[in-house]
Design a protein around this ligand. Sequence first.
Ligand code: ZN
Length: 235
Amino acid sequence: MAKFGVTDADNYGGQGGNYFSLKDDGDSAVVRFMYNSIDDIDGYAVHRVDVGNNKFRYVNCLREYNDPLDVCPLCAARNFQQAKFYFNIYDLDEEEVKIWERGKQILKSLVPVLQQINGPICGTPVKIIRHGQAGDQYTRYDFELLAPDGVTMEDLPDPVDPNEKIILTYTFDELQNFVKTGRLPNAEVAVDNSNGYSSGHNNNYNNNSGGNEIRRRYPSNDNNGRGGTGNNRAF
Ligand SMILES: [Zn+2]
């Protein structure tokens, strides 16, 4: 069904927004990390929330790292806060923007490689190679720099803002209500459909989704300069 009306035009045609993944051991892809410098990479403190039907949403944590737990109803309910990165990458094979969702562990291997790039990070293609079978929790990734080609951010499609496309933001009262009732208001409105981020439903709050995660505190420089609430930068 490739027909669409003018009001749906934003949902079609290279807007980007699919998730990037390498499925199995030895898989690789050549991408650009869509940033000028390391400082442009943002981390996000989020909760992974079960919304039923085997679907989940990321919701902004309301707590700065040094706030008490009760500042955020989801933290207070022991839904563990996660530090996530939603890297904007441009897949050179498929010629589209994708989001690569990773925990902060990826920084140890990725940042030293990106720091070797002279000039804008996006101007040097990077080969990502997966080491680890599908489902292996110890999977790691290697990064190889290819020859710089001088591509700039202006040459590329607009990056995806995770706070617009991926992470839902609610007030304290809305989250408090969600913990009590399992209802997550507007979860289906705030998330794009047709873009790889599946739409959601409003029930079955699972008090312990992601419960085997260890909650970690991590430094924040308190910089919320890119708009959006709860946007913690991890370095
Ligand atoms: Zn929280």
